[in-house]
Design a protein around this ligand. Structure first.
Ligand SMILES: Nc1nc2c(ncn2[C@@H]2O[C@H](COP(=O)(O)OP(=O)(O)OP(=O)(O)O)[C@@H](O)[C@H]2O)c(=O)[nH]1
Ligand SMILES: [Mg+2]
Length: 195
C-alpha cells in the first residue's frame, strides 16, 4: 500500500520545487510568473525518503490566487478539498515561504482549514521555504514563535526550515540543497504513520 504525502500551500510557496528536490526525476514545472504554475494535481514516486522508506508525493494547485491567477482562490480551495477526500493522505505538508513579504493571515487559516479537512488522525507538518539567505534556517522557527501563534499555527507543529530554490542557484559549496533535502526527508519519515 502506498503512503500518500500531499504538499499544499499558497501559489508560489515552492511546492513543486520541493517535489523536485525530494524526487529529482519529477521534473515538475515551476515558475516565478505572477500567475500560478501547477495546473492540476499530480503524483510522483515512489520517492525514497531514507531508512528504506518510500512515499508518493502529491503536487497540488496553489491556494490564494486572485482574479489574475490560474485558478481563483475559492475554486482552488474546493478542488483541493475534493482531492484530499479522494486521496486520503497519510501526511499533509503545508509549505510556506519564511519571508516577511509573503506573510499572510491566510497561512494560518489554510493550515487549520485543511487540517480539519483531513481530520485529526492525519498529521500536518510545515516546510518553511525561501530561507537560503537567512544564515541560520533552522533558527527561523524559534525566532518567529510569536508570529506563528498569531497566525494560529501551533508552535509545536513539526517543521523543517529550508530552501527549495533549485541547486543551480545556490552557492556550490554551501551544502544548503543537501541539508534542506535531508531535513525534509527526515520530517516526512518521522511524521508519516507506519502501517
Ligand atoms: N528564493 C527562493 N525561491 C524559491 C524557493 N523555492 C521555490 N522558489 C522559486 O519560487 C518560484 C515558485 O516556485 P514553485 O515551486 O513553482 O511554487 P509552487 O508553490 O509550486 O507554485 P504554484 O504551482 O503556482 O502553486 C520559482 O521561481 C522557484 O524557483 C526558495 O526556497 N527560495
Ligand atoms: Mg507548483
Amino acid at each position: 500500500m502506498s503512503r500518500n504525502v500531499v504538499i499544499i500551500g499558497h501559489s508560489g510557496a515552492g511546492k513543486s520545487s520541493l517535489i523536485n528536490m525530494l524526487y529529482p526525476r519529477a521534473g515538475a514545472a515551476t515558475s516565478d510568473d505572477l500567475k500560478g504554475c501547477t495546473k492540476a494535481e499530480r503524483v510522483y514516486g515512489p520517492c525514497d525518503i531514507g531508512e528504506q522508506q518510500y512515499c508518493q508525493l502529491h503536487d497540488t494547485i496553489g491556494l490564494e490566487e486572485g482574479f489574475w491567477g490560474l485558478l481563483w482562490a475559492p475554486k482552488a480551495e474546493k478542488q483541493l478539498k475534493a482531492y484530499l477526500k479522494r486521496i486520503r493522505p497519510q501526511l499533509l505538508v503545508y509549505c510556506m515561504p519564511g519571508v516577511r513579504s509573503s506573510l499572510k493571515k491566510s497561512h494560518g487559516r489554510n493550515f487549520n482549514k485543511f487540517k480539519s479537512v483531513v481530520g485529526n488522525r492525519v498529521p500536518i507538518v510545515v516546510v518553511v521555504t525561501n530561507l537560503e539567505a537567512s544564515g541560520n534556517p533552522e533558527g527561523w522557527w524559534s525566532a518567529n514563535l510569536d508570529t506563528l501563534r498569531k497566525l494560529g499555527i501551533p508552535v509545536s507543529t513539526s517543521h523543517a526550515c529550508v530552501t527549495t530554490l533549485p541547486e543551480v542557484y545556490l552557492p556550490p559549496a554551501s551544502g544548503l540543497y543537501h541539508t534542506s533535502r535531508e531535513a525534509v526527508k527526515a520530517l516526512i519519515r518521522n511524521n508519516l504513520p507506519s502501517y
